[in-house]
Design a protein. Structure first.
Length: 168
């Protein structure tokens, strides 16, 4: 019983841009051209004890400065008094220039007790409850069509693939 995991730690994850997603560096979106286009970075945050996620922040400079992310749902507790037993979706608009000039995107969440995620992973015997800052790294590449693209690499690929920037 003393090794059972009944609650998850505060955690946040970047889901968009997705793993291996390509974004062309040229083009136009909403009247903005090339690297001045806006890109929505988004994901979810969760606190397993049912406590609300008070704040989510995104950094593009290694954690020196942080951008506030807009939370979407829930604004009110869902059930069981005032517990938030659900993901809190978040998003932040940044320019494509900011993304491709960053070494990595980092997200962290804060709970109602003003606790945040640790900067680095703390390994344990079972590998459970590692909730360090989530990091996605952009890579510039030339596509088969000769155009420049930004490819986004998550720590690990989906499923049982060995794709991703994090290595054992």
């Amino acid at each position: 019983p003393d090794t059972m995991c009944m609650e998850q730690n505060l955690n946040s994850v970047i889901c968009r841009p997705g793993h291996n997603e390509l974004i062309a560096l040229d083009g136009e979106t909403d009247g903005r051209r090339g690297l001045d286009r806006l890109v929505k970075v988004g994901g979810y945050a969760y606190h397993g004890a049912g406590h609300g996620v008070q704040r989510v922040e995104l950094s593009l400079d290694g954690g020196k400065t942080w951008k506030y992310c807009w939370r979407r749902l829930p604004d009110n507790p869902l059930r069981h008094g005032n517990k938030f037993w659900t993901w809190c979706f978040w998003e932040c608009e940044v320019t494509l220039r900011e993304l491709v000039n960053s070494h990595e995107m980092i997200v962290r969440a804060w709970d109602v007790f003003k606790n945040t995620q640790p900067e680095h992973i703390t390994w344990n015997l079972t590998g459970m409850l590692n909730n360090a800052w989530y990091r996605v790294r952009p890579e510039l590449e030339t596509g088969a069509d000769g155009k420049a693209y930004a490819r986004f690499k998550h720590p690990v690929g989906p499923g049982a693939t060995s794709d991703g920037w994090m290595k054992p």
